[in-house]
Design a protein around this ligand. Structure first.
Ligand code: PEP
Length: 249
């Protein structure tokens, strides 16, 4: 059965003190029954937060991983390192990685395969720019991102993927896709998954929406039948706001 997920992407924010405070608040509140909460934290805090937070339905995720298994890549983090810490989830293909670090679909597929081989589940992001949305080619564009990456996996591997649809024009802009726009894209993604892997697998795939989700709009978005939760940036840095989102299913 597909999971309901509230994922917070802290990005490059928080001192250790703030990270502790924020995670304490979330742990204290607890993830509601049937909801998996995933905190995607800066890698320097993974160890500390794993020790206190990673149990049951609250998990700590990495925000990125390198696409080579090991070697002379100064400053990078490998899947082996993450799995040796006990990390179970990693964000792959966030639009900021695609844009600022020039991560192509090929690189993202390499990362995905490596993560899966180490038993780490990818939160795989996709999404279109405003220009593409305005041109009306958004559905094809996003499906192509998936066709070139996770839809080429084996069915056994694909079962371990969580998809996050994040329209770039809605990330950090305060502008949210309407629940109908999110539903249209999520249904189209699920339909494509069904074509490749069958309806049962498609029904079991969690597809999250990301893009200016906050306490005030989460309920409406999560109520759509093909939206299984959110990947939340800005609002995940505010404990109360994120706890409201966790409770919006
Ligand atoms: C994100 O970066 O994944 C995101 C959705 O950011 P925000 O919620 O701030 O738009």
């Amino acid at each position: 059965m597909r999971k309901k997920i509230a994922a917070g992407n802290w990005k490059m924010n928080c001192t250790l003190e703030k990270a502790s405070e924020l995670s304490n608040k979330i742990i204290e509140a607890g993830s509601p029954d049937g909801v998996l909460t995933i905190l995607c934290v800066p890698s320097v805090y993974i160890s500390t937060l794993l020790d206190k937070a990673s149990h049951g339905n609250i998990q700590i995720a990495a925000q990125n991983v390198h696409h080579k298994p090991s070697g002379a890549y100064t400053g990078e983090i490998s899947v082996e390192m993450l799995s040796s810490l006990g990390v179970k989830y990693v964000v792959i293909g966030h639009s900021e990685r695609r844009e600022y670090f020039h991560e192509t679909n090929d690189i993202l597929l390499e990362k995905t395969k490596l993560a899966l081989s180490a038993g780490i589940l990818p939160l795989f992001c996709c999404g279109e720019s405003l220009e593409i949305r305005k041109s009306g080619a958004h559905l094809d564009f996003v499906l192509d991102q998936l066709r070139e990456t996770i839809l080429t996996l084996s069915v056994e591997d694909f079962k371990n993927i969580v998809i996050a649809y994040e329209p770039i024009w809605a990330i950090g802009t305060g502008e949210t896709a309407s629940p109908e726009q999110a539903q249209e894209m999520h249904a189209s993604i699920r339909n494509e998954v069904a074509k490749v892997f069958g309806q049962e697998i498609a029904n079991d795939t969690s597809i999250l929406y990301g893009g200016s989700v906050k306490g005030a709009n989460a309920k409406e978005i999560f109520a759509k039948p093909d939206v299984d939760g959110g990947l939340v940036g800005g609002a995940s840095l505010n404990g109360e706001e994120f706890i409201t989102i966790m409770n919006s299913f």
